[in-house]
Design a protein around this ligand. Structure first.
Ligand code: FIX
Ligand code: ZN
Length: 416
């Protein structure tokens, strides 16, 4: 018995999206053993770097003066400027309100102090459980940087696995900051030179292997500039081809390439000062063709790259497009990208990741995206009904489970 009417379809789809257990494949959240690295609460929500950038659309305050303020004072200023003196129309502002609402807080009151009191009453570890349950997240993937001096000691001594938080090894320092990474690797006992000679790349592979074993990372990830080109004689390209890809092939790990970020276009804004540029899909095509035994998860930051990324994924089974990243994580663009992906790739991609830096953000990021993905699916299944095709509820649930996590887990298992 299929779902014959559109109302039946809508009901079944809403249930499937409501019930699905999400794997959030890229976040900046951390397991409890990492202590204060896991950010949460209303002051963190309000000082998210997306909102800091938006605050300076209105404020004339010197950047350094803002940076020197304690977090709570920054959060007061952002609340006053972006929520009270102007309407919170942006996606990042709306997100704060959705999160508060989903936590049962009185958004209408506009009473920041009462929100602070709510968070002060929460115990962090129970609160993680509450947020994951409300959002329907089973597990998430962290961003783990062995070069981070706060994070590294936890991995070396004190790491306690938590099934809800999986690891992913971030290799930006190796691919994009070799001059600084090399002496540190040496300090840690790896025989690496400035020059990428055979011993050096061998040692980088050993480093990756050891950290892979230590963290049980699900993939190796990096954020790349729009100028990312491979093959070429840059350290980035050579290190990727000679060290990272062979190590990933050996451990059957995907490489997640997040392409298109121009770091620090406005250095005064620090983390909020990054921008976007159109990247070259040819780099992705080259990698997928030249390394058919490697697996690539790719997300691109520029709207202009989205269509060609879909087309590339039609050509390469070792390419998994994922997420609507950062500046394309806005309803109008998510809607467009998601539909274009269904039309070109069927259900064979990962439509979204949260990129949450603050735990509570998963509430809004998934709430907003689930609606958009659900609406796009509704239209696509409706088109199938119109053609006379039978749509079974079990098949629909299968597709939804794939999109919200299953496709990622299958890609990890895939052996090429
Ligand atoms: O490189 C990344 O993982 C980016 O997602 C972040 O660096 C960025 O600051 C961010 O939070 C975007 O959502
Ligand atoms: Zn990120």
């Amino acid at each position: 018995m299929g779902l014959r009417a559109k109302e039946e379809l809508r009901g079944a789809l809403d249930r499937a999206v409501r019930d699905v257990q999400v794997t959030d494949i890229h976040t900046h959240l951390y397991a409890p053993c990492f202590g204060d690295m896991l950010l949460w609460g209303v002051d963190e929500l309000l000082t998210y770097h997306y909102l800091i950038a938006e605050f300076f659309r209105f404020s004339e305050m010197p950047y350094a003066e803002f940076r020197a303020l304690p977090k709570r004072a920054q959060s007061d200023l952002i609340w006053k400027t972006l929520f009270l003196e102007h309407s919170p129309l942006s996606e990042a502002c709306r997100g704060v309100l959705t999160a508060l609402k989903l936590l049962g807080l009185d958004v209408e009151s506009r009473d920041l102090e009462s929100y602070r009191r709510f968070f002060a009453r929460q115990s962090r570890d129970e609160y993680i459980g509450l947020v994951f349950k409300k959002t329907g997240i089973r597990d998430c993937v962290m961003t783990n940087d062995p070069f981070d001096d706060v994070e590294r000691p936890v991995w070396l001594d004190g790491y306690k696995a938590d099934a809800r938080f999986k690891a992913a090894l971030r290799v930006d320092p190796i691919l994009l900051g070799w001059e600084k990474a090399q002496p540190r690797l040496r300090e840690w006992g790896y025989r690496v030179d400035r020059e990428l000679n055979a011993e050096t790349v061998g040692e980088v592979r050993r480093f990756l292997g050891e950290w892979e074993k230590r963290t049980e990372g699900l993939y190796v990830g990096v954020s790349l500039p729009p100028t990312f080109a491979v093959p070429d004689d840059s350290v980035t390209s050579r290190m990727l081809e000679q060290a990272v890809l062979p190590a990933c092939e050996e451990y059957n790990l995907p490489v997640a390439l997040m392409i298109g970020v121009k770091r620090r276009v406005n250095p005064e804004l620090t983390l909020a000062g990054d921008a976007v540029g159109r990247a070259r899909i040819e780099a992705v095509e080259y990698l997928c063709a030249r390394y058919p035994k490697n697996k690539f998860m790719v997300t691109m930051l520029s709207r202009e790259n989205q269509h060609e990324l879909c087309v590339a994924a039609r050509k390469f089974r070792n390419l998994l497009p994922f997420g609507c990243w950062w500046f394309v994580n806005n309803p109008s663009i998510i809607d467009e990208i998601t539909r274009e992906r269904f039309e070109l790739l069927g259900p064979s991609f990962v439509p979204q990741h949260s990129d949450a830096r603050v735990l509570d953000q998963v509430l809004y990021k998934w709430d907003h995206s689930k609606r958009l993905i659900g609406d796009a699916l509704f239209d696509k299944y409706s088109d199938l009904l119109a053609s006379g095709w039978r749509v079974e509820e079990a098949e629909l649930r299968r597709d939804v489970e794939g999109l919200f996590g299953g496709n990622f887990w299958s890609f990890l298992k895939k052996k090429l």
